[in-house]
Design a protein around this ligand. Sequence first.
Ligand SMILES: *Cc1c(COP(=O)(O)O)cnc(C)c1O
Length: 397
Amino acid sequence: MTGMTSTSRPLLNRRLAEFGTTIFAEMSALALSTGSINLGQGFPDTDGPEEVREAAVRALRDGRGNQYPPGPGVPALRAAISAHQERRYGLSYDVDTEVLVTAGATEAIAATLLALLEPGDEVIALEPYYDSYAACIAMAGGTRVPVTLRPHEGSFRLDLDELRDAVTDRTRLLLINTPHNPTGTVLTRAELAAVAELAVERDLLVVTDEVYEHLVFDDAEHLPLAGFPGMRERTVTIGSAGKTFSFTGWKVGWATGSRELVTAVRSAKQFLTYVSSGPFQYAVAEALALPDTYFETLRADMRAKRDVLAAGLAEAGFEVFRPAGTYFITTDIRPLGESDGFAFCRALPERAGVVAIPNAVFYDHREAGAPFVRFAFCKRTDVLQAATDRLLQLRKG
Ligand SMILES: *Cc1c(COP(=O)(O)O)cnc(C)c1O
């Protein structure tokens, strides 16, 4: 020590100072203390398929994955990820050099940004954005440049001119999330083609968070950006078993991309967790090989839940942005005579016994997100029905 005590400056460093605790901690505590139904955090209240759970038990009993698995992930899972990308999207990735297993999509995002960014690089992300993006960009010393999705005829849309204008000589990377949390927007083929053209034209790297790839509804279609012309060599695609198989606690995610990109991401990843989720990796390998009927049923079930919650929210007086994907509904509270999502969400447990999340926490331009509130519908139908019954009280003021 050189005279100054270690506590005379803030303990949390400047890069992370703005990221104290997340809203989810506050809201989940509020849900507990008020006995509210928690539609805040997005995790399912029912576990995924029994056979997948059994596969994990079998792996654990057979002694597969109980010791450090290989750095890039167990070969069976890497093969299953590669086969999944090929079968669904016609994208082929070499099992040994172009697939990396991570501790959830969260680590894939962190490792990718830590690997690819130099301090001062700008990263364009779609606002509202998933909360770990801002923190990871900051940890990597990058600068985030939000491009705001704006409400337009019932959904939140990307303004391609705004995206184009946001690119500068310092832009290194586009961080795209589709299907998009929290708005439920699924970027269309035309929008993705325009994003791809821009990335090629300005020679940008692209990171796409596709953890909701299997949760698209009605006639929406999930298309990986990596499949567009000129994109394979510049795109890191991130996926996760958590949302697709309803095992968010297992933390099995992955990144796919060119050998050069995956090698770079691996360099950072090996010093974060090194490896994780041993036996679960074997189980997820089996899950990814489930027949198409599993994925179809998941979509149909989740769509039915969306419809229950969307109808209930509309009846309670919210403006509802019907999501084309994910398991979240964003609402506008202004028809209820409210305009401040933070105040509304802090009061909602007392008023109606339900917890939701103010979308403003996902914005740099907080005022742009102020009147929007997010509800998760990855819950049992009876729970959703109970929640919508409670929310009807809002009508009575
Ligand atoms: C849930 C979520 C993640 C994190 O996925 P894990 O596999 O649980 O780490 C990443 N991105 C988005 C958009 C998410 O909603």
